[in-house]
Design a protein around this ligand. Structure first.
Ligand SMILES: [Cu+2]
Length: 166
């Protein structure tokens, strides 16, 4: 692959990084009882979520699973079952900084690791077990988006310069 090809890929990767992402939870496994209890935390740890991204919960066998959201880490750790559950195809839109706690309420799936914390920015609602995060500032997202835009602009300039050089 030539230099031009490399530069093109780099440019595309950078532009992609600056736009909202849509993630399929668990990738090819989907949302199901995982092979091990750290599967979904490993999955979220491999991602960096931003405001505007969305996570899509997909599984086969409509009533075999569901997705529900609890509001605190304690509820999450206790596998609390809220009244509202969603079916396959549910999309959670990440519209604010903080942590969101998802789990399946079918049987003991949650205890088996079918649970997931999605965090945008600094963790929140993580009272006891995790270190207390600094107070989150709702205006923080604006400068970070601007920064991402600036970063892309700078890299675009570099890429254009390199193209001229080639
Ligand atoms: Cu389940």
């Amino acid at each position: 692959m030539g230099l031009m090809g490399c530069l093109l890929i780099i440019t595309v990767a950078l532009l992609k990084g600056a736009t909202a992402e849509s993630y399929v939870v668990g990738d090819s496994l989907g949302w199901t009882v995982p092979p091990n209890t750290s599967f979904y935390s490993d999955w979220t740890n491999s991602k960096t979520f931003h405001i505007g991204d969305e996570v899509l919960f997909n599984w086969t066998g409509t009533l075999d699973h569901n997705v529900a959201e609890v509001s605190t880490l304690a509820e999450y750790e206790n596998c609390t079952k809220p009244g509202i559950v969603y079916l396959s195809g549910y999309t959670a839109n990440l519209i604010a900084n903080g942590s969101r706690f998802f789990l399946c309420t079918v049987d003991n799936h949650c205890e088996l690791g079918m649970k997931m914390i999605v965090t945008v920015g600094s963790p929140t609602n993580t009272s006891s077990t995790l270190a207390a995060p600094p107070p989150s500032d709702s205006s923080y997202s604006a400068p970070s988006l601007t920064f991402a835009g600036a970063l892309v602009s700078v890299f675009s300039l570099i890429v254009v310069s390199l193209f001229n050089y080639v």
